[in-house]
Design a protein. Structure first.
Length: 279
């Protein structure tokens, strides 16, 4: 059986043109309309288009060449467009908003606020829906990362320890707060690095690379830290190693090398026991 994938991109052939768009060959799902506003210029029957398939207001399959912010099987941070007696509706970049039933909300969603959700097909209704119950959709498999591996992360939730993150759209991870030296917020996506995979499968994540490159990266972090603190810091090479680790999550050796690096580049001025300032 040749069914289209709902909530995903599909390569479909144009089978006929009509006044209000073109129809695409949906295999066993029949012909699927691509409305005129989404038809690329110069298209004709026989051409194959890459389209996203979802359901219109009447629950019929419909195609679009717009790119939604998220597709089925993915996590995203989306804004609530409106709320009614059945649940919340999220803006995901398409004409029809994405539904989150009340039972899939951790707290009652408010219009204008953004929430991290997982998008999936509802088994009962065959609709594309979203859920804020993230834990339910994270993999229980043992991650096969090794220390230093680069991963894609999305900031998910602030906790007492730091920030929970979603790793490679699949696993739960954590960045400890004493290892975060830049502004991060829920929904932010970035590259990061695996620090370690714990025996229980939890992943410790860090934002800087390990090894030699980490010193270069930390020099940038330190420079930004000084900038954010009015261009001066009392920290210096006599500062206690524990204070340095508490502040930056790096060893005193890494700190001193970064200071030396910035000094050689004439980006900072050393003030002895007064600390250092921007040059």
């Amino acid at each position: 059986m040749n069914h289209v994938k709902l909530g995903e991109y599909n390569q479909l052939e144009i089978v006929k043109e009509v006044d209000f768009g073109v129809y695409l060959d949906g295999g066993d799902d029949g012909e699927i309309l691509l409305p005129t506003r989404y038809v690329p210029d110069g298209c004709k029957p026989g051409d194959v288009l890459n389209v996203f398939i979802y359901l219109d207001m009447d629950e019929r399959l419909i195609a679009t060449t717009l790119q939604p912010y998220v597709k089925v099987g993915e996590f995203a941070c989306l804004e609530v467009a409106w709320v009614n007696q059945y649940g919340a509706f999220l803006d995901w970049g398409l004409m029809k908003d994405l539904f989150v039933p009340f039972r899939e909300q951790k707290m009652k969603m408010q219009k204008g606020n953004s929430y991290v959700v997982h998008v999936h097909l509802d088994e009962d209704s065959y609709r594309i829906v979203a859920s804020a119950k993230i834990e339910k959709y994270l993999s229980k498999e043992m991650p096969e990362y090794k220390s230093g591996d680069e991963v894609d992360i999305m900031i998910w939730q602030k906790t007492d320890l730091g920030f929970k993150v979603i790793v490679d759209n699949k696993f739960a991870g954590l960045i400890f707060k004493n290892e975060i030296f830049k502004d991060v917020h829920t929904g932010m996506k970035m590259k990061a690095y695996v620090k370690q995979v714990r025996p229980d499968g939890k992943i410790d994540i860090e934002l800087q690379k390990v090894g030699v490159k980490k010193i270069e990266d930390f020099a940038d972090v330190l420079l930004e830290y000084i900038r954010k603190n009015g261009g001066i810091t009392p920290l210096n090479d006599k500062t206690d190693a524990e204070v340095i680790y508490e502040t930056f999550g790096v060893s005193k050796k890494t700190f001193k090398k970064a200071v030396g690096d910035l000094y050689k580049k004439r980006l900072i001025v050393l003030e002895g026991e007064q600390g250092m300032r921007l040059a």
